[in-house]
Design a binder for this molecule. Structure first.
Ligand SMILES: Nc1ncnc2c1ncn2[C@@H]1O[C@H](COP(=O)(O)OP(=O)(O)OP(=O)(O)O)[C@@H](O)[C@H]1O
Length: 354
């Protein structure tokens, strides 16, 4: 398996790009560790597939260098990079048996038949396909075929990385959960370097050690699920991760205090900065009660374990998470839990020395 270094990578699909907006992938400069499980998460069109294809070798970046364990692979093909890939739709040889489909990449590399048998049998068991080993792939359901594709990616142990491009799209919801847990187990057992593209936050957060959040051609944060929740580095991360997303309200910042409309919120250590200032606070860190800033409630959604209160605070929409048995007073007010407050200047998080 390999450490993947992305050294000042940029990519434009057009010839002669002029400005940053002409790049589908703006500058990416990161190092991903050997054996890491990374999820590339972001909305449609943010550049996930572009970055994945650059790693796999399907696409040569307009600028920059990509290295595996220090060796430059920028000009190498996928084959030469020794990468396994699993795509959104199954890639399966219909006329071969399920067993032979999985054995194919191993036999191709001349692995002794006894090892082929051992690996394939193990992988079939993991994917719960053992009883179909000798059946032809033709006639299997779409999700069984996709399991074969996953199996073909996982059966090899010698690859530098396994790349997954929205691999569970065609899988039914229950099986999705099962396969995600299996992938996680496999990762722990074999220490594969895995890169997994998805636009589904649940999928990303349950699969990955590190989630790489992309937005408009940029990596805006790489973090653990907990870091993305507590300290979103960009307002987009706050909004995109979490359900509901982070509340983001414009503020004016003085030394140590933020003004939100006529309200004042103490933020020790905060200093005024140039740029558009915003305060971000997750609905879980807003306390509803009889003290604090008055809100007007527009809706209460009961979602079982807790309720989501939708309200206006100083003319801005906010969401508040209230425990199932929590009180909603007639004159509702809110306070912000200090540790849940994040400050943003032009959408980027700024540290306070509170
Ligand atoms: N072959 C191409 N030629 C020109 N533009 C492209 C090409 N492929 C992608 N793009 C553009 O590059 C940007 C990033 O696309 P990309 O497919 O990497 O995004 P994505 O995050 O994977 O989206 P999705 O989740 O919809 O697959 C988009 O604006 C897209 O229209």
């Amino acid at each position: 398996m390999a450490r993947i270094e992305l050294d000042h990578i940029r990519h434009a699909y057009m010839a002669n790009p002029q400005s940053a907006d002409d790049y589908a992938l703006k500058e990416v400069h990161h190092q991903w560790s050997d054996g890491g499980a990374y999820a590339l998460l972001g909305p449609s069109g943010c550049g996930k597939t572009t970055l994945l294809n650059i790693i796999s070798g399907l696409l040569k970046p307009s600028e920059g260098q990509i290295r595996f364990n220090g060796a430059d692979v920028t000009n190498l093909s996928t084959e030469e990079r020794n990468i396994a890939q699993v795509f959104q739709f199954p890639v399966v040889y219909d006329t071969m048996t399920v067993f032979d489909n999985l054995a194919f990449p191993l036999r191709n590399r001349g692995l002794p038949e006894a090892d082929v048998k051992k690996r394939v049998t193990e992988t079939l068991e993991m994917l719960d396909l053992s009883d179909r080993a000798n059946k032809r792939a033709r006639g299997l359901t779409a999700d069984q075929k996709q399991k074969i594709s996953l199996g073909r990616g996982l059966v090899r142990r010698d690859v530098n990385a396994i790349l997954f491009d929205e691999p569970l799209t065609v899988i039914d919801p229950h099986l999705k959960w099962v396969l995600r847990s299996e992938l996680k187990k496999l990762h722990r057992r074999f220490g594969f370097t895995m890169v997994y593209v998805t636009h589904d936050q649940t999928e990303a957060l349950t699969f990955a050690d590190k989630v790489v959040v992309m937005y408009e051609g940029e990596i805006v944060q790489i973090g653990t699920p907990d870091e993305l929740f507590r300290r979103p580095a960009h307002t987009f991360v706050g909004y995109f991760i979490g359900s509901p997303g982070m509340n983001i309200v414009p503020i004016k910042l003085d030394q140590g205090r933020a003004r939100l409309g006529e309200h004042v919120i103490d933020i020790p250590g905060a200093t005024p900065m140039p740029g558009k200032m915003e305060l971000g606070i997750r609905p879980e860190f807003v306390t509803l009660g009889r003290e604090g800033m008055p809100i007007s409630i527009s809706k209460v959604e009961d979602i079982g374990r807790h309720r989501i209160v939708r309200a206006q605070l100083a003319d801005h929409d906010i969401a508040v998470v209230v425990p199932e048995d929590g009180d909603i007073p007639a004159d509702p007010r809110v306070t912000f839990v200090p540790e849940g407050i994040n400050l943003y200047a032009d959408s980027r998080r700024v540290e306070t020395r509170g």
